[in-house]
Write a protein that binds this ligand. Sequence first.
Ligand code: GDG
Length: 463
Amino acid sequence: MSRLVVVSNRLADPRKPAAGGLAVALGDALARTGGLWFGSSGATAADLAPGEGRLRTRQAGKVLLASVDLCAEDHAAYYQGYANSVLWPVFHYRLDLAQFDPAYLVGYRRVNQMFARKLLPLLRESDLIWVHDYHLIPLAAELRALGCRQRIGFFLHIPVPPPLVMAALPQHEWLMRSFFAYDLVGLQSEADVDHFTRSMVTEAGAQELGAQRLHAYGATVRVAAFPIGIDVEEFQALAAAPDAVHTFEALRAEYSRRQLLLGIDRLDYSKGIPQRVRAFRQLLERYPENRNSATLVMIASPSRDDVHAYADLRQELEGLCGAINGDYGTLDWMPLRYIHRTVARRRVPGLCRAARVGLVTPLRDGMNLVAKEYVVAQDEADPGVLVLSRFAGAAEQLEEALLVNPYDTQGMAGAIQAALHMPLAERQWRHQRLLERIRRHDVHWWRQGFLQALEESSSASAA
Ligand code: GDG
């Protein structure tokens, strides 16, 4: 069995429960093969120059954690800059928010080159390397340039935009070429595979070889959808633990005569949070029976505060939330509880279970794990209803959710109204089907599917 090497922007200690399902699932696989997890530490060091990094290693059980400190300038250009002010907005179709500063790209390449230099000496010949996400797209090309011949797979957690949106990215040819240094590229959905393939064919002149293979720049890469799942058992265990149960009971008692709706996201413009608040406002306006009754708890955990677009979003949201409470609130009822803080992970299942309606309404999302967590947390005998944006990757799998267009405020308000008043039998059959699919396609299924495909792929770039 090959040793697994996981590379991601940030490391998580897989033994800590707060790390979440993905870290635990990757940690399991790493522990099985006695693996290596490599990534940035998130810390910046004043004594480092651009392009320099300080590697630290530490053993966590059977897993070697290797993390790299960067200098502040590199962190700003690579992480805040190219990754989160260029790739994130463009891949979420938000060209209006992208900041195409050439210095960001320079920093992004410099850091990827440095990661390749630091990682190479840690590698063994038979390693299987799995690179994660948009921060690290050129990493395989940098490793190959240093002579790395091992199989390298890449998984993109965010969506792929259509070809003409991708083409707006200056140097998109360079970025596309970078993908051909991988043996396998995994994407979240079939829509992403379609966009990716069309971009490669029209912009990079790639040939489709069949069996999900694309050929360009003298290399062949396999591209396929591997929709990510959650660790259902871990989340159910979390739901049964005292913190989640207390959270659930406290909310149920407080809202015994009212209906609770829940939104829980990172505060990110891709998540459609203002659109959700507008739809909720429309619900109160058009269906007045919900006044003094429906309450939306909206947890928007702080994220990327140092990127401009996020500060603007925060301000917009504060205005919208304040207005709704000012206009509709009464002495004993506030329609909206907006919480701009992170809630402890162990309480999340309890929150989900207490909510009659789960609102997951991104404008665009690679997958969206909250949609899956909400379903898993429900009481099978009296389940809540998931209202899900058709633009979340999860919508390809979760078709029994109430699918909505988050840009259509009235349509979304109508769907929320239907969810709030859905008969028990319909809630149960929808929930049963959703749960069955989420169970079958959990995080372990995702990881095994990807790693098996990577094992089977021939080292295209080394050929
Ligand atoms: C990227 C892609 C893709 C949220 N708020 C709190 C909290 N959370 C947890 C949720 C969930 C996770 O964070 C968020 O996962 P998502 O999938 O919704 O979103 P991204 O962070 O944008 O992740 C996404 C994912 O990668 C995996 O491939 O699905 O499309 O964008 O687990 O529960 N957890 C705690 N407190 C909070 O306030 N503890």
